[in-house]
Design a protein around this ligand. Structure first.
Ligand code: 5GP
Length: 135
């Protein structure tokens, strides 16, 4: 499927590329949460990080960590978020797998925290059993 990211991979549209190898491209997000916010994507056209192969995800994370280390060294950020939205209901807008690598600073107030809830009686064990059996 053609997306804005496949056009960036094909160099049909410009991007501020910070890393490239045979498998992976990393470039600055056009609307950063903080300056230096980077997207790390596989070159193969895979829709999200659930459908991607283990090998592809390992390659994405290898480069995401390189980017995070460079952000800490050069931008002086004191934290980094790795965030991957997989599927529309998880907030994905571009349907080519991508890992956000976001520089963070004390009290930068760029994200609101997710809501955390409590399990109902017995639910935690039931869900853990299901996941463990399937994994
Ligand atoms: P998602 O919500 O799918 O996880 O994130 C998509 C990201 O892609 C957004 O943060 C958005 O700013 C970024 N983005 C969308 N279009 C472009 C583009 O043309 N160039 C670049 N560099 N980033 C883009």
């Amino acid at each position: 499927m053609e997306t804005i990211f496949s056009k960036i991979i094909a160099k049909e549209i410009p991007a501020d590329i910070v890393y490239e190898d045979d498998q992976i491209l990393a470039f600055l997000d056009i609307k950063p949460v903080n300056p230096g916010h980077t997207l790390v994507i596989p070159k193969e056209p895979v829709i999200d990080g659930v459908e991607a192969s283990e090998e592809t995800m390992a390659a994405v994370m290898r480069v995401a960590q390189k980017v995070a280390r460079a952000q800490k060294k050069t931008l002086g950020c004191t934290g980094v978020n790795y965030i991957m939205n997989n599927g529309e209901d998880a907030g994905q807008e571009v349907f080519h797998a991508h890992m956000h690598v976001i520089p963070r600073y004390k009290d930068d107030n760029t994200f609101s925290s997710p809501n955390h809830n409590d399990y109902k009686e017995g639910e935690v064990t039931e869900i853990a059993d299901k996941l463990r059996d399937t994994i």
